[in-house]
Write a protein that binds this ligand. Structure first.
Ligand code: C2E
Ligand code: MG
Ligand code: MG
Ligand code: MG
Length: 285
């Protein structure tokens, strides 16, 4: 999807491959400027406790509203950042802003996506510790999401950094499980806390029996290895119900909540808390 968009953007100007490169270069320059002028923003998608259906975490998702081209999908501009030496700047911008926002939500945890480019940096754990200290977010409130790309490209260093993050008190989730090759061996070698099952696996789980069996087996695999399992990309209540029955600890998807502004998260959490107050009132009345 991101690729398609990249191509159609380019074709407005020129169809040659060269133009695509220039276009990505242009995008990189504009992205650099966006970071420097705080023209990016972060939205948050609630992740629900499957048992209580209360928000347990929020996942930070970066947004860039380009002044001329409008909304640019993160899949596209993150890869542009990675190719152009901007990922550390962009990644630190997200970490700082999201950790600061999360201070307003003491009852829930924050999950942040980290690019392999950030992760590859041997100082990544120290950098993260510094941002936690600077913003005042307790490490136990932070979770880092990584994809298996991290593990394939430099398994030894990745193993070391995962371990040092856990020593810091930050938990680590393997994101998009089931999307790529997803070697089961990684699950044993790395000490993850959590497995996030990719939405491509979950999609249609309530209408297709084989999909359901596959998801059930994947959840069982995670649980057998002592990992908490999140199902992402849940678009219908029925899909959510199946994943809950399969043993997922957490559910995330448009069926429950879309990514939203920090202000909206605060409202949502207020509503949840007021809801529970009402229950309390009803019980004691
Ligand atoms: P991800 O980490 O797997 O994030 C989940 C993506 O699925 C988000 O897309 C979210 O909006 C979308 N999503 C959530 N629920 C549903 C659903 O029910 N149905 C469908 N169709 N989609 C759903 P988004 O925000 O476009 O982000 C795409 C990817 O970009 C993310 O995938 C992540 O890999 C990357 N990304 C986003 N923000 C950051 C960031 O700050 N740093 C890094 N390194 N990567 C980021
Ligand atoms: Mg993620
Ligand atoms: Mg994901
Ligand atoms: Mg995904």
């Amino acid at each position: 999807q991101a690729k398609e968009l990249g191509r159609s953007r380019v074709s407005l100007y020129d169809r040659s491959i060269d133009a695509e490169k220039i276009d990505r270069k242009r995008l990189a320059n504009e992205l650099r400027e966006a970071v420097e002028t705080d023209a990016l923003h972060v939205v948050y998608q609630p992740i629900f406790d499957a048992q209580t259906m209360r928000p347990a975490l929020v996942e930070a998702l970066l947004r860039w509203k380009h002044p001329r081209d409008g909304f640019i999908p993160p899949d596209l501009f993150i890869s542009v950042a990675e190719e152009n030496g901007l990922m550390d700047a962009v990644g630190n911008w997200v970490l700082r802003n999201a950790c600061r926002d999360a201070l307003r939500w003491p009852d829930i945890r924050l999950s942040i996506n980290v690019s392999p480019v950030q992760f590859r940096n041997p100082g990544f754990d120290r950098n993260l510790a510094a941002i936690l200290a600077e913003t005042g977010l307790p490490p136990a409130r932070l979770e880092v999401e990584m994809t298996e790309t991290h593990l394939v490209t430099f398994p030894d260093r990745a193993q070391h950094i995962v371990a040092s993050l856990r020593i810091l008190g930050v938990s680590v989730a393997l994101d998009d499980f089931g999307k790529g090759y997803s070697s089961i061996g990684y699950l044993r070698r790395f000490s993850f806390d959590k497995l996030k099952i990719d939405r491509s696996l979950v999609h249609g789980v309530s209408i297709d029996l084989e999909t359901r069996r596959l998801c059930e087996a994947t959840v069982a695999l995670g649980r057998a290895l002592n990992l908490e399992v999140t199902a992402e990309g849940i678009e219908t209540e029925a899909d959510g119900e199946i994943m809950r029955q399969a043993g997922c600890a957490y559910l995330q998807g448009f069926a429950f909540a879309r990514p939203m502004s920090a202000a909206h998260i605060t409202e949502l959490l207020d509503d949840c808390n007021n809801g529970s107050d009402t229950d309390e009132v009803l019980r004691t009345a």
